[in-house]
Design a protein around this ligand. Structure first.
Ligand SMILES: [Zn+2]
Length: 110
């Protein structure tokens, strides 16, 4: 198994854990896998960002270990994201070139 496969497997497990055990702190709606993204990953520390599909409230979830995630934390504040890279800008340029929706709605949802 390649490192990437192991990492994506760990991310998949962690996202599945969040969808099973956590819900929006504002309205109580459960998350689906589409609502949970990996914001940061460094060694065994994972930071996920869950966005409520109903009220769009966001919640950070930090995990320091594997299942059953006994060291899971949900801090009140969203951790700072890493600075934008040239790769991020390239990806956004490609995305925006093809994007045909409402940019205001797109940015208010994230
Ligand atoms: Zn909610």
């Amino acid at each position: 198994m390649r490192v990437d496969d192991a990492q994506s497997g760990a991310a998949f497990e962690l996202i599945a854990f969040v969808t099973r055990h956590l819900a929006c702190h504002a309205c109580g709606t459960g998350y689906s896998a589409d609502n949970v993204q990996v914001a940061q990953h460094h060694r065994e520390q994972w930071t996920l960002l869950a966005t409520c599909p109903v009220c769009t409230a966001q919640r950070a979830i930090v995990a320091y270990d594997g299942p059953p995630y006994e060291r899971l934390e949900t801090p009140d504040t969203i951790p700072p994201l890493p600075p934008l890279t040239a790769q991020d800008v390239r990806e956004w340029r490609i995305f925006l070139r093809q994007f045909a929706g409402d940019l205001k709605a797109l940015l208010s949802a994230s």
